[in-house]
Write a protein that binds this ligand. Structure first.
Ligand code: AMP
Length: 460
């Protein structure tokens, strides 16, 4: 594998991109290529395979889509015939949100060309996607499960795919998509260009690269933990219900209009959003149990500034491009220290200032140690002085539920909120471990599949 370095920052016009692509880039307002773009554009334009280490937020979507579109320009045609618009580039992503986001970027970049693109993912009606696929598209952005459904239904042929992109390949492996990837790649011509992007180059990713790539050029840009100096990080000691009060207090005292709060579980996300709502903040949750339509609606509301707080789990938030979030709060610390880096990557983007606040309970101190080790900094836990009103602030809208009982000292009283009656939902790590055991016990070869579905990345 060769490494590429870029000594001086080029401009977009220096790459020799097709003028119809250049014009849309400039209209989008990009002036200078990001480091991954500067490195990847020329290599991908030459047709080389690439193994790229870059996270969402670094500009990697344009880094691979612009040169791909450039390479497809000779095939661009205004013909209405579907036969003249076979799928030539396939971009696979682990989640619906990332597929949607990448797809929207591709549409933007090729808006001045006759090239057609389509996005397919699970959780929404398959028929509209089928009709679009049958009309033909040169660029297809898809999650693996739904793509396999379309292949089975013969809605799409991949026999003319000349370029394959595996985006966030590390997450695809985590979500158990390897068997699906294998099935899809077997449908593709052997002669093709392949690009793999991943946040890290773990041994598993290198193995995947060896299997799917041909003499790839290795491209790495600084990980976000090395460049996140625009994000001011702090941590507070907080236990149990004080964490909710802390979130309220932080949002109110800092007058935040858009903050993402991370929890580790879907139930935790729902509970926190309901609590904040009852206490007068505009809050919604986004997680794998919500339908695709619900998730998109919440996201749109958040982007449109109609929500103050978006409570999210890692999988739901992965890859979200919500620009200019001023603050990210880690309500639960992630079990995997790298997820902390992904989470705080939602703020401080493109040079803007951001703030990341962690709420750390005594039980989570070992996780906090892991995070500090990973990011190479030492942050002591501060004490959060919560005003008494923030600790117990029943809302006018609140039913005589949990908070009111708490106020009156009835801690053991049965809560009114139905979410508290829902069966316990273990965290994803525990579920993954359990599924692994079950799969082994059952002799089920596709043991990770159920985890992928559970995390919201499956077919539906
Ligand atoms: P990505 O890492 O591809 O998800 O991109 C993150 C964000 O950066 C998106 O909002 C892009 O529109 C934006 N972006 C990508 N390239 C550039 C650039 N060269 N200049 C400014 N913004 C960019």
């Amino acid at each position: 594998m060769k490494d590429t370095t870029v000594d001086s920052v080029p401009s977009f016009s220096s790459f020799g991109l097709h003028p119809d692509l250049l014009s849309s880039i400039l209209a989008t307002g990009y002036t200078t290529p990001t480091p991954i773009q500067a490195k990847a554009l020329p290599v991908v334009m030459q047709g080389r395979d690439v193994m790229g280490a870059a996270q969402t937020g670094t500009g990697k979507t344009a880094a691979f889509s612009l040169p791909i579109l450039h390479r497809l320009m000779p095939f661009a045609t205004t013909s209405a015939s579907p036969a003249r618009h076979p799928v030539r580039a396939l971009i696979l992503t682990p989640t619906r949100e990332l597929a949607d986001q990448v797809g929207e970027s591709v549409k933007l970049y090729c808006k001045n060309t006759p090239l057609r693109s389509a996005i397919v993912f699970g959780g929404v009606d398959i028929r509209a996607q089928r009709d679009e696929l049958r009309r033909g598209c040169e660029i297809l952005i898809a999650t693996p499960g739904r793509l396999l459904d379309h292949i089975e239904q013969k809605n799409v042929s991949l026999s003319q795919v000349g370029i394959l992109v595996l985006d966030e390949a590390d997450r695809m492996l985590d979500m158990g998509f390897l068997p699906d990837l294998d099935r899809i790649v077997r449908q593709l011509p052997k002669q093709r260009q392949s690009l793999l992007f991943s946040a890290t180059f773990s041994p598993e990713i290198r193995k995947l690269g060896n299997a799917f790539l041909n003499d790839p050029v290795s491209i790495e840009v600084a990980a976000r933990n090395a460049t996140a100096d625009t994000v001011a990080q702090s941590a507070y000691a907080a236990e149990g219900d004080d964490k909710r009060a802390a979130v309220e207090h932080i949002v109110r005292s800092k007058k935040l209009s858009q903050v993402i709060v991370f929890t580790n579980t879907k139930v935790g996300a729902s509970r926190l959003a309901r609590h904040l709502e009852r206490n007068g903040l505009k809050a919604e949750s986004i997680h794998g149990d919500k339908s695709q339509i619900e998730r998109m609606k919440v996201l749109e509301a958040f982007k449109a500034d109609a929500l103050e707080v978006l409570v999210a789990t890692d999988v739901a938030a992965r890859g979200l491009d919500v620009a200019g979030v001023p603050c990210v709060i880690n309500y639960d610390l992630p079990f995997n220290a790298e997820d902390y880096v992904h989470r705080i990557g939602r703020t401080g983007r493109a040079g803007a200032k951001g703030e990341a606040i962690a709420l750390v309970s005594a039980e989570e101190s070992h996780l906090w140690d892991d995070i500090q080790k990973l990011i190479g900094s030492k942050m002591s836990l501060q004490k959060l002085d919560l005003p008494s009103t923030a600790q117990v602030q029943p809302s006018a809208r609140a039913p005589r539920g949990r908070e009111n009982h708490r106020e009156r000292g009835h801690r053991t009283h049965k809560p009114q909120d139905e979410i508290f009656y829902k069966p316990y939902q273990p965290n994803t790590v525990a579920v993954a471990a359990k599924n692994k055991t079950t799969a082994t016990q059952n002799g089920n070869g596709n043991k990770k599949r159920s985890v992928g579905v559970l995390l919201g990345g499956g077919r539906y």
